[in-house]
Design a protein around this ligand. Structure first.
Ligand code: DAH
Length: 342
């Protein structure tokens, strides 16, 4: 055994011991550079290699390679162990539950009036009705005259109107869409028209200047009050999700003759009398009637051949009844505490 042999063995022993006791990647790296680096012990021993007699070189070469290999393998393993622990530590520290909902994000929901409107549209579409739209800024002619309410007619005072400076107005009801529907599509006609309407009213818990209605109309041959009752019962049973009992009382609206107020048997007390129905057993729900011949005529429909029924549903009021909302102002308040309940 030459001096170099023992130096190599010593290098292997000492370096393996240094690797084993290294407490960090930096310490490990320092020991590696000392032993295997360009100016390290192994490099210095290699320099001596050339000075040996050729017969000794082969054996020493083998030893040199084996030491080098041992040290490199051990270094790599130890380094990988360090990396592993570092990764595990970091994962433990940065632990995150990705299934938690993000803070401050609320799922949206449809406004209660929109929900009700969508349901009614679905129902009437399935019964062959078209869903029509009309402008919120209307002409006096569509909103009043063509509905058999001429300028001097006292019925104009039934609805407080927002007049615009150009003589137009904010529609006071969705009935003008009847006129637009009849003129555009002609008879036979089945249509509904949901939308926003405006009245110049003092706002309180039960009055708003802006609210929603849904107008309905069916024009055909030999339409009778029986048809009207059938469609209204179908509509109300679907909205309240149970069979409802209805009754008609006479009501006056210039665009229908005869005109009715449709009541339903109170759903709270089943007709026995309670505070909701003011002990009467009945709740007034919607005005309706058979379309006035003048209205048909003004929209180019011959009343000798065609007739029909119409109704005006207060969407806002119905949403309040369905969800037990006691202040109409909440609906347009934009208050998230209110809206997030739906
Ligand atoms: N347009 C009326 C209103 O807002 C409601 C109405 C009554 C509509 C009778 C109708 C009807 O279609 O037949 O006061």
């Amino acid at each position: 055994m030459t001096l170099l042999d023992s130096q190599l063995e010593e290098l292997r022993r000492a370096t393996l011991a240094a690797f084993a006791s290294a407490g960090s990647v930096e310490e490990l790296e320092e020991s590696r550079v000392g032993a295997l680096g360009r100016k390290g012990t192994l490099a210095q021993i290699s320099k001596e290699f050339g000075k040996l007699p050729p017969e000794d070189r082969a054996q020493l070469g083998k030893l040199l390679n084996s030491v080098k290999q041992d040290l490199e393998t051990e270094y790599e393993q130890k380094k990988r162990r360090f990396e592993q622990t570092e990764l595990t530590d970091r994962l433990a520290k940065e632990w995150l539950d990705v299934t938690l909902p993000a803070p401050g994000v609320h799922p949206g929901s449809l406004h209660p009036i929109t929900q009700l409107q969508n349901e009614i549209e679905d129902l009437f579409t399935s019964l062959g009705f078209a869903v029509l739209d009309g402008p919120e800024v209307e002409t006096e002619e569509h909103n009043f005259d063509a509905l058999n309410i001429p300028p001097s007619h006292p019925a104009r005072d039934m609805q407080d109107t927002f007049w615009l400076s150009n003589g137009h107005l904010l529609r006071t009801h969705t009935s003008p869409v009847q006129v637009r529907g009849m003129r555009k599509l002609g008879p036979p006609l089945r249509m509904i028209a949901p939308g926003r309407v405006f009245r110049n009213e003092e706002v309180d818990a039960s009055h708003e200047h802006t609210f929603y209605q849904l107008e309905g109309m069916m024009i055909d041959r030999d339409v009778s009050v029986a048809h009207l009752i059938y469609f209204m019962k179908t509509l109300l049973s679907s909205i309240f999700k149970r069979e409802v009992t209805v009754r008609l009382r006479p009501g006056y609206f210039p665009f229908v003759e005869p005109g009715f107020e449709l009541d339903i048997h109170c759903l709270i007390c089943d007709g026995a009398g309670c505070s909701v129905c003011k002990q009467s057993g009945w709740v007034e729900l919607m005005p309706c009637g058979l379309v006035h011949p003048n209205v048909l005529r003004m929209s180019n429909i011959d009343p000798e051949e065609w007739n029909g029924f119409a109704f005006g549903l207060g969407l806002t009021r119905l949403a309040m009844m369905r969800y037990g909302i006691d202040d109409v102002r909440l609906l347009q308040s934009g208050d998230l505490r209110f809206l997030m309940q739906f």
